[in-house]
Design a protein around this ligand. Structure first.
Ligand code: PMP
Length: 383
């Protein structure tokens, strides 16, 4: 059997399947209640009728490449060249695969930070790379400088996710600076997975590592319309990079998916060009949902870790009085209490913490309240 790709189904798929089978409330896999901005869905519907219908340019519709570059110039002050610097992909997942396959040669060392999004390590191995994982731990999830220096020595690529899934937090500015130094000191590439850049509580700002001029020629930034517009099934994402690096990425992209449905590209272009109202409303709603779930869980007796980004928050099971590990407790939640989270230990390959449970708060109020009632009953049953 291949050792390159983990042969098991992802924890997200397995949890969602268990919830579908049992009717449990699914606070596991990250998808929101609701269906994104109406104007964006209407634009997609129109484009499905009127076209375009045929292969768009391999790098993406010019309308969307321009909209992505403009969006980042407006909001993050980034100078991205739209025609040569933006490549549209079928979701951020394809963008990650594309960047990893373009930059990693067999035998290359690649640094990932655990807890890590589950696609990174299998893709690095499929490219023939060697994963060097550094661990961050709750409650502050900070990067240890010595561990970073050791892992980054001679590395070809560092993969950085910010804001961080599953932590629900943003990287500390000092950690971003340390990562930038490690990239430069080792003449490495940097892959920034910034899909959660807009899923932030109001008043909180995202800082892209692509904004660091020293990193501009060696950084690939990944984004996802699925997260920005809460349309996870659309799978429209993009890669942003300096033109020379962009050409290298496209050389891979053309043989991965080649293109992404043009109707969805048109609609996302429309959404990005007119994003102000949606982003503000979406962020206010996210903050309200996060606060509702956190308050309910605290009331029920859970120790809730701080978070201000992504659709997730975490509870510390040990500090809540639960003696079981996260995977066992989650299995109990699904089987006996009709509710599911995701054990954060699944985001570590080796021995990470086993007492943290991730919960998705991007749900309707009634769903969150029902989930809290079930989680409260589960806690009472084991403590
Ligand atoms: N990176 C991270 C950190 C994610 O959380 C996700 C989705 N959960 C992705 C990438 C994949 O995004 P997409 O659905 O656009 O492929």
């Amino acid at each position: 059997m291949s050792v390159l790709i983990a042969p098991k189904t992802t924890v997200f798929e397995a949890t969602s399947a268990a919830c579908r089978a049992s009717g449990a409330i699914n606070l596991g896999q990250g998808f929101p209640d609701g269906c994104g901005p109406l104007a964006v869905r209407e634009a997609a519907a129109r484009a499905v009728i009127d076209g375009p219908h045929h292969y768009p340019p391999m790098a993406g519709l010019p309308e969307l490449r321009v909209a992505v570059a403009d969006h980042y110039a407006r909001h993050l002050g980034l100078a991205i060249e739209p025609m040569d610097g933006v490549t549209v992909t079928s979701g951020a997942t394809e963008a990650l695969a594309c960047a990893i396959f373009a930059l990693v040669e067999p035998g290359d060392a690649v640094v990932i930070i655990e807890p890590a999004y589950d696609a990174y390590a299998p893709l690095v191995r499929r490219a023939g790379g060697v994963v060097r994982a550094i661990e961050v731990r709750p409650p502050d999830w900070r990067i240890d400088r010595q561990e970073l220096a050791r892992a980054a020595e001679g590395a070809r690529l560092l993969i950085v996710n910010d804001p961080v899934n599953p932590c629900g937090t943003r990287l500390h500015a000092d950690d971003r600076a340390a990562l930038a130094d490690a990239v430069l000191a080792n003449d490495a590439w940097l892959l920034c997975d910034e899909v959660w850049e807009w899923v932030l509580d109001p008043g909180v700002a995202h800082a892209s590592m692509l904004a660091d001029a020293r990193l501009a020629a060696r950084t690939v930034k990944v984004g996802s319309a699925g997260k920005i517009f809460a349309l996870t099934g659309w799978k429209v994402g993009w890669l942003c990079a300096a033109p020379a690096l962009g050409a290298r990425l496209r050389a891979v992209h053309q043989f991965l998916t080649f293109t992404t449905p043009p109707s969805l590209q048109m609609a996302v272009a429309r959404g990005l060009a007119d994003d102000a109202g949606w982003l503000a409303a979406m962020r206010a709603e996210i903050a309200g949902r996060r606060a509702r779930l956190a308050a309910g869980l605290r009331e029920a007796g859970y120790a809730v870790l701080p978070s201000d980004a992504t659709w997730f928050l975490n509870v510390d099971l040990a500090a809540s009085g639960v003696a079981m590990d996260d995977a066992a407790f989650n299995a109990r939640l699904i089987a006996d209490h009709g509710v599911a989270g995701i054990p954060v230990s699944a985001f570590y390959e080796n021995d990470g913490p086993r007492h943290i449970l991730r919960l998705c708060h991007a749900k309707a109020a009634a769903t969150l309240d029902a989930a809290v009632a079930r989680l409260g009953a589960a806690l009472r049953a084991v403590t």
